[in-house]
Design a binder for this molecule. Sequence first.
Ligand code: TYM
Length: 335
Amino acid sequence: MAKEVVLSGIRPTGFLHLGNYFGAMRNYVRMQDEYNCYFFVANWHSLTTHPDTSELRNSVNRVVAENIACGLDPEKVALYIQSDLPEIAELYLYLNTMAYKGELEKTTTFKEKVRLSPDNVNAGLLTYPVLMAADILIHRAVKVPVGKDQEQHLEMARNFAERFNHRYGDVFPSPQAFNYGTELVKILSLDGNGKMSKSENQMNTIFLADEDEQIRKKIMKAKTDGGPLTPNAVKPDYIENLFTLMRQVSTPDTVQKFEDDFNNSSEGNCIIRYGDLKKQLAADMVEFVAPIRAKAADLQANQELLKKITRQGAEKARASGAETLRLVREAIGMN
Ligand code: TYM
């Protein structure tokens, strides 16, 4: 039986961080053996918010290198750059006729970006979810490993696919957001304000390229409080976030110890020591990030190899994209 098709992408708008890793890339690595995987660097998407392209090529290379450093095997997956697959642009054009201005204006990420950059409300920003749907549908992907912040975009991609199928005949399966756990992941910024992100709040974001000392410093500064007031209290989200990170990088015994300390604490009897928790988390995080950082740096020094990998990825992606476009044109009557 043919393997199910998986697709996901990352914008090259800055350094990759723990949110990208635990929300998305960790799943890519697990999925590469089971599925027919396409992963790409969304350099067209980055133009909607980052018109200055002086750093773009470097960022694209870094994202490719960091994906491989995190465990993606370019022999198993197609790892490519969005602009190397022009088939996406044609599909984007067709899907744009199925996307309504009202629904695009209501998209959470659009409203957020308008708020952050009121002087650059361009049409590409408005149709960002349509381009994203084209990225997914060009390979007729069914599973899309992403973090929680992309959930609405996935819902829109399903709507566009359904509208296309309804209007022109069945071409697209219905793509679903995917995570190996039960829920999509959202890693918070270490000060507890919003999600960890590439471009905002850098002192509260741990990047895969951070040095050991920076990692320690950022974790030791993470927001905590005076401790739980009752046994088995509900954790505030900034504390839950530290536990979430700890579950990813520390041993189960370590996590259990701090869980027990938390649950046995109460007002006047605070057993959990957040300073100790952060020290342990920092040590385990340093051990986790250091080899990724080193491997990514080695790869970035080998531009020829990165070029070869993305060229090979683009070839594989174009074969799949061309076949989808053939079906799309036939369905519309453009053949
Ligand atoms: P981007 O580049 O912002 O993020 C890449 C991936 O990392 C996830 N992520 C997070 N997960 C958990 N917690 C966080 N704090 C966090 N921050 C980021 C994102 O959910 C994403 O999976 N629109 C996409 C790029 C894209 C794409 C696509 C994705 C373009 N076309 C097609 C999937 C399919 C984006 O901006 O991701």
